[in-house]
Write a protein that binds this ligand. Structure first.
Ligand SMILES: [Zn+2]
Length: 671
């Protein structure tokens, strides 16, 4: 028996063999297709129940198998699993396309959509209907044949260009290396970084040290290397990626991609690509994004200028630097930060033993939301490191299953994330509870030393746990609207807001005790953490805003007349530049987030999410960070609601008003 094709509640890891996956996928895709066919072949007139609802509950077996498989591929993979992923991915995207392009299905969805005023739908049902309908219309279902053909051609060409864009950036990154043979050239770098550079040289059969444009090599060099000439060389190499007029240049690709996106948006009836994207975002319109970015800019700029002046003076005093350049920023900022705070991870780590931090985050969840986490040992896991918890509410009602997988392994990708093995939904009167997982990469304990977290890792744990709560507390009817299935610029609110508790005395008192002495973390250390967290916040803000403005300058207006990438970029940067301009560099030609990845018209979201979490946490601060009424309201209006309503409506119901930038400015010390 294939354990994936036998109905299961918790994922049957111990019975799983790699050869189970492909047959399970094949059979589950066939079953999902049959469910879709049953909807389109239904002789009854289309209704919400027999079409939209039926569609949302279709393919559940496939979803469960996919989540088991792809979570394994992220957290405990091997070559065989990776090969299966290669094999199954095209099948899954083909199946997805077959649904989006299914005309019979669209006809039924459209009929229900056109009759929605008379259908007496709940708010959640209206949201689901809109989402389904737009899933078709935004892919051209309403266009005539000629326009449909053009849309497919645009999509195919844009996909190719995006791929080419990424390949060029990668090739440029790999083409550059700075080989150093004189140890003096590495002066300033910490021993660990020097070792890494020596290792890198060795791996390429070279002596000495090698510095590349990969972040783990590039960032430390810019931050610590004393040699200004080499910093300049590295910085210009980094900034001129795919901007040298050679075979790897991306200027043409940038122009082509933005023009195709604009044309696609126009075909579908949107004024610009940004209008198209933002229709399904909390921010809703380019006007709103611009107003948001410009308001923040206006308010952060004085602080940024002050900080820049301070940095200039510091560099002048230290090394007689007359004009601070781009390649000086990271270096002198790091020096200034050391001077002002002298905050070392090693001083903080003893207060953040992993077990204590986990107990701390659970206590915070209990104080806020009455949740109780009980570790259990009868749940199948994919690795002995994975811990499992049953989560209950105050009435001992089962809320969720929680998996926690904290330590790095060969088969786990880097970073930290939240995911789920089973989503929450309500069917036939039963509220099916979710299986949620947090995966991180914290140092493993040894026989003599426990796992001690850096402060950054502590906030990461709280962050992912916040996403976890969004999943665990979900309480919606339809699986595709449940938990973290929300608009993209809203999904970081539950996670980022949780990070705030890590900075509060009242919360730290619950868990931040020295692993040997049991002494509570000194509050002057906490104060230092807070201050250093907002170090150069004005400059950082300006930097983020400049990327958001650049993104919008490419996507929120007709790009047809743009011929020069650098000129367009300079225009976008004119209000945010602090450093002298360098003619040989260009950001757009290597801005993979927006030209290769999925962030186009979405870069503003980073700051947007910060404003949201600061504004939400300000409410907690006003009433007390463990105030039950505010926490319950947060659970009832946000955490349990998933994507069942427009996030702005949800947020206003929680906060009583739209989010304001002031809370962020105040937290960042910019007011
Ligand atoms: Zn996140």
């Amino acid at each position: 028996m294939n354990p994936l094709l036998t109905p299961f509640d918790t994922a049957p890891f111990s019975k799983l063999k790699n050869e189970h996956f492909m047959p399970a996928f094949t059979q589950a895709i066939a079953a999902a297709r049959a469910e879709i066919d049953a909807i389109t072949e239904n002789i009854e007139a289309p209704t919400f129940a027999n079409t939209i609802e039926a569609l949302d509950f279709s393919g559940q077996q496939l979803d469960r198998i996919s989540s088991v498989f792809f979570n394994l591929n992220s957290a405990e993979t091997n070559e065989e699993i990776q090969n299966i992923a290669q094999e199954v991915s095209p099948l899954l995207s083909e199946f997805g396309n077959d649904i989006t392009l299914n005309e019979a299905l669209f006809k039924r969805v459209q009929t229900v959509y056109n009759q929605k005023e008379d259908a007496d739908l709940t708010v959640e049902q209206q949201t689901l209907l809109d989402k389904r309908y737009k899933g078709f219309s935004r892919n051209g279902a309403n266009l005539d044949e000629a326009k449909k053909t053009r849309l497919r051609a645009i999509d195919a060409e844009a996909a190719k260009l995006k791929l080419k864009f990424g390949e060029n950036v990668l090739a440029e990154t790999n083409a550059f290396q700075m080989h150093l043979t004189n140890e003096e050239d590495l002066a300033g770098l910490p021993e660990g970084e020097k070792e890494a550079a020596a290792q890198l040289a060795k791996s390429k059969d070279l002596g000495g040290w090698l510095i590349t444009l990969d972040y783990p090599s590039y960032i430390p060099f810019m931050k610590y290397a004393k040699n200004r000439t080499l910093r300049k060389k590295l910085s210009l190499a980094f900034g001129s990626k795919s901007f040298k007029g050679d075979a790897l240049d991306n200027q043409e690709n940038v122009l082509k991609i933005t023009k195709l996106r604009h044309e696609r948006a126009n075909l579908l009836g949107y004024a610009t690509h940004a209008h198209f994207v933002l229709e399904e975002r909390m921010a809703e319109t380019p006007e709103k994004v611009h107003a948001f970015l410009n308001e923040l800019l206006e308010k952060a700029k004085p602080a940024a200028k002050r900080e820049f002046k301070q940095l200039e003076e510091f560099a002048k005093e230290l090394d007689g630097i007359d004009r601070l350049q781009k390649w000086d920023g990271a270096y002198y900022s790091e020096k200034l930060k050391q001077k002002l705070f002298n905050l070392d991870d090693e001083i903080l780590k003893p207060y953040f033993k992993l077990e204590n931090v986990i107990a701390g985050v659970f206590t915070v969840a209990e104080k806020l939301f009455d949740l109780q986490f009980r570790e259990v040992f009868d749940i199948d896991t994919y690795h002995p490191d994975v811990k499992t918890y049953r989560v209950f509410d105050a009435d001992q009602k089962f809320i969720a299953l929680f998996y926690a997988d904290f330590h790095p392994r060969a088969g786990k990708r880097g970073g930290a994330w939240m995911t789920s093995f089973k989503s929450q939904y309500i069917k036939d009167g039963e509220n099916v509870r979710p299986h949620i997982s947090n995966v991180c990469n914290f140092t493993k304990p040894t026989a003599t030393k426990p796992s001690l977290l850096t402060f950054n890792e502590v906030t990461t744990l709280f962050h992912e746990f916040g996403h976890g709560l969004h999943g665990m507390l979900a309480d919606t009817t339809y699986p595709s609207l449940s938990g973290t299935s929300v608009y993209w610029d809203f999904v970081e609110l539950p996670s980022q807001v949780m990070e705030n508790w890590c900075f509060e005395k009242e919360a730290l008192e619950l868990f931040a005790t020295h692993y040997q002495t049991g002494k509570l973390i000194p509050m002057e250390l906490v104060q230092k953490i807070k201050e250093s967290a907002t170090f150069q916040e004005g400059m950082q803000t300006l930097r983020q805003l400049s990327f958001g403005l650049l993104d919008m300058s490419w996507h929120a207006a007709d790009p047809t007349a743009i011929t020069n990438v650098k000129t367009q970029e300079n225009k976008a940067f004119s209000g945010t530049d602090l450093y002298p301009e360098t003619t040989e560099t260009c950001m757009s030609t290597a801005f993979s987030h927006i030209f290769q990845g999925g962030y186009s018209s979405g870069y503003y979201s980073y700051k947007w999410a910060e404003v949201l979490d600061a504004d939400a946490f300000a409410y907690f601060k006003e009433e007390g960070i463990f105030n039950k009424a505010v926490a319950t309201k947060f659970k009832d209006t946000i955490l349990s609601k998933g994507g069942t309503e427009n996030p702005m409506v949800l947020y206003k119901r929680f906060r009583g008003a739209e989010p304001k930038v002031e809370a962020l400015l105040e937290r960042a010390g910019l007011l």
